[in-house]
Design a protein around this ligand. Structure first.
Ligand code: SPV
Ligand code: MN
Length: 620
């Protein structure tokens, strides 16, 4: 090998021996030249390399030790606590405007990002990691290489993804995704300092994601959301689905397991659904769905969870609670640390009045530069842990290179006055329209104003990297590749009555899952409405009794499943207004919206504004 890599430590260079992928070497040589690291560290598949990455994160001060041996904590800069929408851009070959996307011309963007990256690793080590999105031997999977100067980022990836060092040796001509990250200059707390130059750019053509002057994992962990932007565009070109969805198995009668994927905006119950006790967790965030012999099959592309820790408590999330208190390797980010223990809001335990957190030394009542009181832990504080530490993991499904058959797709939202708690779409096109209509209401805690509805089609809007209309067209056409079409459901855990009280218990979702499982196999009847098919009272009553030993009251059912026509018509109009303005919107979406509108109006003329589910019993 004659290259600028030769000047580095021979032991590291030797690890690259046997990798014959010329594209990989071109990539490494280019970025070694640009970033100018003093050392390189190649992460092989050896445990000693994994251990060393963690050790370096501790030595360099990016992580700190907690009392439990394998638990560490990490802080991002006080103003680097989330994905940075404004500075996240999709680089496109031609200058063009796309609805909802923040785009930039490719050459201009590459020039800017390369300038920001130049010499950033001088005096530092460049970590080089090889990973796979999905099981190593699966046709679904994508290979990826990450380079970063942050041992915390590499440590997170070693927990969250499958190591593919050997795979790179065995497949000299492999195509792969590429991620380049530098945390930039650091302050005394080892957090990124030049946030005004924080940039997260995606070169779709070059399958490359860049992040600079940031450490927050949603920006920096290439295989997570950066990679997602790239695989969304790849999926569109190749005719499959790369989605922001969990994957879980629901236990049906007689040992049957039916798998569901689910897309929910943030804070709408995604994690609590897929980690539900008694069911089978496969993944909590990202899936690939491909047609295989006419069947939609899915894999979780990750091997770990980067989960929100805020509000996790023993009662509501017993499984996550158990994981967080296990001896598993865990990185707690942006929590409060006091005497070697992590604390977070809503954990149901007394929180100390002093400690260290994302703002530095912290005490109760401390205010930030804007005069805002700083809570003990950040709302977006997280835990990073392998899926293998979840007691309800469906390991076989996680590792299956064929993926699992998708029985149903669930779209969730946060909607206080519109959609019933559970509804089955009339068909695939209707289901795609429902997914394309997801709205989520902001919560008081998050933005100060309650009830602001945010449009979030397929809960993908923050990650979308292609034309929304074309993305939906690919979704609609996916049906043509299938002999067996998954059922599509919508759920809403946040429906309220007129007095603002929630109409459902948090635990009711367990029953909706069981009902969906039966519907997939046509083992339970349903009531047909213009909105879709809703459950019959008798079936839910039986399921509540069987699964939870509860009496499900007729009045509760009636309130929860009343068809609220005025609210539904307003929603229909809000969504139509969005899609009518996009010139690539597939005809089917507009047709479905129009059909729903007409049928709701017709129903209103017969049955009034608010239609009890029992109305349909009598009118059949
Ligand atoms: C999400 O916000 O959907 C996440 C965390 O999964 S992030 O990595 O920031 O996207
Ligand atoms: Mn996510």
């Amino acid at each position: 090998m004659k290259s600028n890599l030769e000047k580095f430590d021979l032991d590291e260079i030797k690890k690259l021996d046997g990798i014959k992928n010329s594209e990989l070497f071109e990539f490494l040589e280019f970025y070694v030249e640009l970033l100018n690291p003093s050392k390189i560290f190649v992460v092989s598949d050896k445990k000693e390399d994994f251990d060393l990455v963690r050790k370096r994160a501790l030595e360099e001060g990016e992580e700190g030790r907690l009392k439990k041996e394998m638990h560490t904590y990490h802080f991002d800069n006080y103003y680097d606590q989330a994905r940075d929408k404004e500075n996240t851009k999709i680089l496109l070959p031609k200058k063009e405007e796309l609805p909802f996307l923040n785009v930039m011309q490719r050459d201009e963007g590459l020039k800017e990002i390369h300038n920001l990256l130049r010499n950033q690793m001088a005096g530092r080590t460049m970590y080089i990691g090889f990973f796979s999105l999905g099981p190593l031997e699966s046709k679904f999977s994508e290979l990826a290489v990450q380079i970063t100067d942050s041992p915390y980022v590499m440590h997170s990836e070693l927990i969250l993804y499958r190591n593919a060092y050997k795979k790179f040796k065995n497949t000299p001509d492999a195509k792969f995704l590429k991620f380049v990250h530098s945390q930039g200059e650091l302050d005394e707390r080892k957090t990124s300092k030049n946030l005004k130059n924080r940039r997260i750019y995606f070169d779709l053509e070059g399958l490359t994601g860049f992040a600079v002057n940031t450490q927050y994992a949603g920006n920096t962990v290439g295989l997570k959301k950066p990679g997602f932007r790239i695989t969304i565009s790849k999926a569109l070109k190749e005719g499959w689905l790369s989605e922001h969805m969990f994957l879980m198995g629901v236990n049906g009668p007689k040992g049957r397991v039916t798998y569901f994927t689910g897309a929910f905006p943030s804070m709408c119950g995604k994690t609590s659904t897929c980690t539900l006790p008694g069911e089978r967790l496969v993944g909590d965030d990202l899936v690939f769905i491909k047609p295989v012999d006419g069947v939609a099959r899915a894999i979780n592309i990750e091997a770990g969870v980067f989960g929100i820790i805020d509000g996790i408590n023993k009662k509501d999330d017993p499984i996550i609670w158990e994981v967080l208190h296990s001896d598993s390797e865990i990185i707690f980010s942006n929590v409060l640390v006091s005497e070697g223990k992590p604390y977070w809001n809503g954990m149901g335990e007394e929180i100390p009045e002093r400690g260290i957190n994302h703002s530095g030394e912290w005490w109760k009542g401390k205010k930030d530069a804007e005069g805002k009181e700083i809570p003990p832990s950040h709302k977006n504080a997280r835990f990073t842990v392998t899926l293998r530490s979840f007691p309800n993991l469906d390991y076989q499904a996680l590792e299956s290179s064929e993926g699992v058959e998708v029985g149903g797709i669930i779209f969730g939202g946060r909607d206080s006055d519109t959609c019933p708690p559970i509804c089955e779409s009339l068909n695939w096109k209707n289901g795609v329209m429902k997914g394309a209509s997801i709205e989520s209401e902001t919560t008081a805690a998050a933005l100060g104003k309650e009830g602001i509805r945010t449009f979030n089609a397929m809960s993908i809007m923050e990650f979308l990297s292609v034309d929304l209309g074309k993305y939906l067209e690919n979704y609609i056409k996916f049906e043509d590749k299938l002999k067996k079409v998954p059922k599509v459901f919508t759920v809403n855990y946040f429906l309220k009555d007129k007095d603002g009280r929630y109409l459902n218990e948090k635990t009711d979702k367990a029953i909706w899952l069981k009902w969906m499982e039966l519907r997939v196999h046509n083992e339970v009847d349903a009531i047909n409405t213009p909105l879709g098919n809703i459950p019959r009272y008798e079936d839910l009553k039986r399921l509540f009794k069987e699964v939870q030993g509860k009496e499900y009251k007729r009045e509760d059912y009636e309130k929860q499943f009343t068809i609220r026509i005025p609210e539904l018509l307003s929603k229909n109009e809000r969504i139509r207004n969005i899609y009518e303005r996009i010139n690539t919107t597939p005809r089917e979406i507009l047709e479905e919206l129009e059909r729903e509108r007409k049928e709701l109006i017709e129903l209103r003329s017969k049955a009034g504004d608010y239609v009890s589910p029992f109305y349909f019993y009598n009118s059949r």
